[in-house]
Design a protein around this ligand. Structure first.
Ligand SMILES: Cc1cc2nc3c(=O)[nH]c(=O)nc-3n(C[C@H](O)[C@H](O)[C@H](O)COP(=O)(O)O)c2cc1C
Length: 176
């Protein structure tokens, strides 16, 4: 395989959920590059129905109480991903609102960039969204999709085999 392709595919094998962080902060230029992926991400009908809040130093004391694991509390950056359903594309056939899909795609693109930079991340869906909204003053029109912890992992990211379903269990050809 071509070297550039190999590096690209290995990126996804390096990503894993990081739940223990080094205290070291993320360099501002790196963080900017990673966050730019959110801004440039694709979305249904290019609606970009999202807002992202970076919770760092000052904001962390009260925010840490919504985090369930002590390891998450050490992450230097927590990104709070919000969907704005009123701004999202809606599928006319069944009324499905794509706001959460769009947010998840933007986060996935950002997480890939973070991985390339050696920054560890973990999606956190398990938190009280109302507590997050009230601590951060998030308007009622927003929905908290998830939190992403970001920081240098205690053990560096490396290529890993993951516990996943076999290919043939999930890929179907021509029909179910
Ligand atoms: C939408 C979503 C929500 C998740 N929520 C949590 C969570 O609340 N807490 C947690 O520790 N990990 C959470 N994870 C991480 C998953 O447990 C993890 O991705 C999965 O076990 C596969 O492991 P890997 O990410 O290391 O490949 C979440 C992942 C996703 C994609």
């Amino acid at each position: 395989m071509d070297e550039r392709l190999r590096i690209f595919y290995e990126l996804f094998d390096r990503r894993r959920s990081v739940r223990e962080f080094d205290e070291r902060d993320i360099e501002p230029e790196k963080l900017d590059r990673v966050l730019e992926r959110l801004r440039r991400a694709q979305s249904a009908a290019n609606c970009q129905p999202w807002h992202f809040i970076l919770v760092r130093n000052e904001g962390r004391t009260s925010f840490n109480e919504v985090l369930t694991r002590d390891g998450f509390k050490k992450a230097p950056v927590i990104l709070v991903a919000c969907a704005e359903p009123e701004k999202a594309w809606v599928r006319k056939y069944d009324g499905v609102n794509y706001a959460w899909v769009d947010v998840a795609i933007a986060l996935t693109e950002m997480i890939a960039a973070a991985t390339a930079e050696g920054i560890g991340t973990c999606w956190i869906a398990s938190m009280d969204p109302d507590a997050v909204k009230s601590i951060l003053g998030i308007p009622d029109s927003m929905e908290v999709v998830g939190l992403i912890t970001m920081g240098y992992p205690k053990t560096p990211l490396k290529r890993e085999e993951k516990n996943r379903k076999p290919f043939n269990d999930i890929i179907h050809h021509d029909r179910w």
